[in-house]
Write a protein that binds this ligand. Structure first.
Ligand code: ZN
Length: 311
């Protein structure tokens, strides 16, 4: 008896359900099939022809059908994005069923049920972002997610490349600083003394906060910083990953405008770090960024600015 895989179900989920039917761990099931030297994770990542036909023979599936359950289409560079278990939870999907989509940090909706995922702890994005704001941010999150999914499958053709975009978003554009008054809860003098460590703790300030100011306003201050580069998404929370997807979407739509606003908001050391991150962009795009930066920084009295104002 073999259960049929659900749409988009991942191999570990399906093997887990099959093994539970026979009251054994998934690894024991593999050993029973003569595949004891492989872990479920390994097979789920890349199912070799030999292992595929052994498993197909024992379960009555086709090798092609089994391969659809794996992450075969994901490039090695993006493998760190595949979580061992579902990152987010669909309120309508059956418990114990894990779909491939929920392994990736940039999928925020269940394709089967058309609803928004919640975090594993039970809180959704709407706990921080009001529905009207989410509706405004969703198109950027979706276009960012498309771009990230294409990159993970090696389909990317656009520039700058996804790793370069994430490097820029996670660059510290200003020096770390303690929570600002706006970021602090209202505290009595006694409470301020008791929370001295929190109130004086330096918080990393990354370009993401400039590209997605909506995130800056709502993220809990201690959980605002994300990890550098690709790790930001691989290890981010639901809110962090949503903000990163919005950031990628905005950077793809207007790379010059976004990069310029971050540079304008940076301090001297931050600008050096940003310029370093921008070296991964094409020279043509970089030239446009620095040309716009010069124009915006030019003194108000320059003839160019004056004519712009008049025009
Ligand atoms: Zn669902």
């Amino acid at each position: 008896m073999v259960p049929r895989p659900s749409p988009d179900e991942r191999l570990s989920s399906w093997l887990g359900r099959l093994a539970r039917l026979y009251s054994m761990p998934a690894e024991a099931l593999l050993a029973h099939c003569g595949l004891g030297r492989f872990s479920v994770r390994e097979l789920e990542w890349r199912l070799g022809v030999g292992e595929g036909s052994v498993l197909a023979g024992r379960t009555g599936m086709t090798v092609e059908g089994l391969r659809r359950l794996t992450f075969d289409e994901i490039t090695p560079q993006a493998r760190l994005m595949i979580a061992a278990a579902s990152r987010y939870v669909c309120p309508r999907c059956p418990a114990g069923l894990h779909r491939k989509a929920t392994a990736f940090p940039w999928n925020f909706w269940c394709d089967e049920h058309g609803v928004r995922f919640g975090g594993r702890a039970g809180t959704g994005l709407d706990a921080r972002l009001p529905q009207t704001q989410l509706t405004r941010l969703d198109p950027s999150a979706r276009s960012g997610a498309l771009r990230l999914a294409d990159w993970a499958q090696g389909k990317e053709e656009g520039a700058p490349a996804v790793p370069a975009l994430l490097d820029l978003l996670t660059t510290r554009h200003r020096r770390s600083s303690p929570p600002s008054l706006a970021e602090q809860p209202i505290l009595s003098l006694a409470a301020r003394r008791a929370n001295h460590d929190f109130l004086t703790q330096p918080i990393a300030r990354q370009a993401l906060l400039v590209v997605v100011p909506e995130y800056d306003r709502v993220a809990p201050v201690l959980a605002k910083p994300v990890r550098p580069g690709l790790f930001s998404l691989a290890q981010g929370s639901l809110l962090q990953n949503y903000a990163l997807a919005v950031g990628v979407g905005r950077l793809c739509a207007d790379p010059v405008g976004c990069a310029t606003s971050v540079l304008l908001a940076s301090d001297r050391e931050g600008e050096e770090r940003l310029r370093e991150a921008l070296r991964a962009w094409s020279p043509a795009l970089r030239r446009r960024v620095y040309a716009r930066l010069r124009r915006l920084r030019a003194p108000e009295t320059s003839p160019q600015r004056a004519s712009q104002r008049l025009g």
